[in-house]
Design a protein around this ligand. Sequence first.
Ligand SMILES: NCC(=O)CCC(=O)O
Ligand SMILES: [Mg+2]
Length: 328
Amino acid sequence: MDFLGGRRLRRSRRTAWSRAMVRESLLTPSDLIWPLFVIDGHNEKTQIRTMPGVERLSVDLCVEAAKAARDAGIPALALFPNTPDHLRSTNGAEAYNPDNLMCRALSAIKSAVPGIGLIADVALDEYSSDGQDGLVRNGEILNDETVAVMIRSALVQSKAGADIIAPSDMMDGRVAAIRDALDGEGFEQTQIMAYAAKYASFYYGPFREAVGTGSRLVGDKRTYQMDYANSDEAMREIEQDIAEGADSVMVKPGLPYLDIVRRAKDSFNIPIYAYQVSGEYAMIEMAAAAGAIDRYGAILESLWAFKRAGASGVLTYYALEVARKLGA
Ligand SMILES: NCC(=O)CCC(=O)O
Ligand SMILES: [Mg+2]
């Protein structure tokens, strides 16, 4: 046969050893960040209907989960509290209660499992009775007033043991404001992982069930989260958060936004994380349960795609399962 230059590209794919030799990206346990949903109580776990296989855990069980994660080689956990209803309010004051669920989980894990990184989500949706990430006045999401509350929240979290503050709210100016406040209180070593390009996405549905905000949310988040039609704007958001002092940035959701991950990787010299969100998890689980796809094959393929796109790591509900299997 007369090939162009005689090249047979299949040659390198013929055997397992050769495929391994030419593989361009790797997936290891240290690429996986595990989100945990925290609830009140002791020895409590509750199911999340739309996230089969993921459970909300009381603080003592989060400590056990953290030990398992550490033993599997997972570098960090991302914590999300399901705040009891009676502690949610329009001003989100529970966000800066030093004894809130988030802070109790941070300090319990930090003292029992000091070797694992703790990422604390900062946004008001987990504490507000409106289900919005910011304070609401006459239907408007207030920017600067929200940032003032977030600063207080970030400080109590840092005192409780957070290693990384992760503002997920998309308010303007919050990275600089949090950096400034942390430095002023002696938390110069606390990192900021900015949810820099967070899209107003339909893929967050199951997460809202998990943290108990879905049923309260009135309207949507399109005045602060990004329009899924945009890519240039994501570069401006990332550039801004880096300028404000972010140590790393995040793109969210994950798989539908791999173009953003790749573009960010090519444009900025900073670690980029992607969040494989709850709706992505649910799609894989439900397709697999219906017999449509091979479950574990699809999971690995999805996680590898993030690495191929240039992500430094992935926040994924599959972290423990995959880290264990990769390490086995
Ligand atoms: N700050 C976290 C989210 O907003 C959603 C994540 C998910 O859907 O898994
Ligand atoms: Mg921004």
